[in-house]
Write a protein that binds this ligand. Structure first.
Ligand code: ACO
Length: 312
């Protein structure tokens, strides 16, 4: 039996910052941001709403959706590059707040690919029969490390959290193939600089992402024994609509078969794929036995993809 997603939840901060709001803060335009990135608005956390607060809310919602109690969780994995502080981990902070008294807990750092890294790590423990239920949370408060005077990066990011509960699902369903990768030689293209701000060589990241996302998506489809014609829905990391479009085109998918949650949320790094998953479930785009491909890339450089047969 495969591990699969049996519950989802998210936390979307209330405050919305539109491209027009950004026009008042820096030399940019709604037209530039929309056409170059696909982003129209993003949600930004309040000063007193830290990463662990968003992670907690998303986790509570996922437990409720899965219909299990916090005590049943064996492991909590939190993917983030913006923890409240380096330690204790966000995972330990929410372990306590949830009352997950039987859970081990740790954070995981793989930038925007962190959610996929979390899913695949959890899959191993479930399929080894080490744990019955694992909570995976992707969460970021990127607004606290964005350089709000740098228009090259400030317009791209948003805050939020997305959580899933993994457990065993019926035969044929669940995470049926995966791929993970890294290339530390590309660390210089995307990192947190000496001022604690996000520093990025947008063009290099763009080239890497276009190359990697399509290829990783094709790899997991093939590993699962399917072809691209079998894919029902694609959820790429929501970083830039042009990068996402290139992945969609390599899979020969029509536009309606790819999530474009980026419009409303921007790039929420480790939360982006999980947030898009919840958004599209709510939009009725995902059905039992659909073949989904989730694919991400991020600073590190890192990447990862999963093929999922949806359903419990
Ligand atoms: N508003 C207006 N103009 C801008 C803005 C802005 N916000 N930002 C840049 N420009 C200008 C540039 O200064 C440049 O002007 P110039 O030609 O006079 O020098 C012009 O627009 C074009 O800049 P480019 O960098 O060529 O723009 P491009 O089309 O490549 O888009 C972008 C830039 C959106 C950053 C793109 O390269 C991209 O998406 N890269 C990948 C980013 C990404 O996915 N990052 C992932 C981070 S995830 C993580 O791990 C945290």
């Amino acid at each position: 039996m495969n591990a699969g997603i049996i519950g989802v939840g998210r936390c979307v901060p209330e405050k919305v910052v539109t491209n027009f709001d950004l026009e008042k803060m820096m030399d940019t335009s709604d037209e530039w941001i929309r056409t170059r990135t696909g982003i129209e608005e993003r949600h930004i956390a309040e000063d007193d709403q830290d990463t662990s607060d968003m992670a907690f809310e998303a986790a509570e919602n996922a437990l409720k959706d899965a219909g299990i109690t916090a005590e049943q969780v064996g492991l909590i994995l939190v993917a983030t590059v913006t923890p409240d502080q380096p330690f204790p981990s966000v995972a330990c902070m929410i372990q306590d707040r949830l009352g997950a008294t039987n859970a081990a807990a740790m954070d995981l750092s793989a930038a925007c690919a962190g959610y996929i890294y979390g899913l695949i790590t959890a899959k191993q423990f479930i399929e080894n029969n080490a744990y019955d239920y694992i909570l995976v949370v992707g969460v970021e408060k990127l607004s606290k490390i964005v350089d709000w005077s740098d228009r090259n990066t400030a317009v791209l990011f948003g805050d939020g959290a997305a959580a899933v509960v993994l457990g065993k699902v019926s035969d044929g369903r669940g995470i049926i193939s995966y791929e993970l990768g890294s290339d530390g030689s590309g660390a210089k293209y995307l990192y947190q600089n000496e001022n604690d701000h996000i520093a990025m060589n947008g063009r290099e990241v763009f080239k890497f992402a276009v190359r990697q996302m399509g290829q990783s998506a094709l790899n997991v489809i093939e590993k699962a024994g399917y072809t691209k014609n079998d894919v029902d829905y694609l959820i790429p990391h929501q970083a830039n609509i042009r990068i996402m479009e290139s992945a969609r085109q390599r899979l020969d998918l029509p536009p309606e078969k790819m999530s474009t949650a980026i419009k409303k949320y921007g790039n929420t790094s480790a939360a982006s794929i999980g947030n898009a998953l919840v958004e599209e479930l709510e939009n009725g785009k995902i059905h039992d036995d659909d073949l989904l491909v989730l694919v991400g890339f991020g600073g590190g450089l890192t990447w990862g993809a999963v093929a999922i047969k949806w359903g419990k």
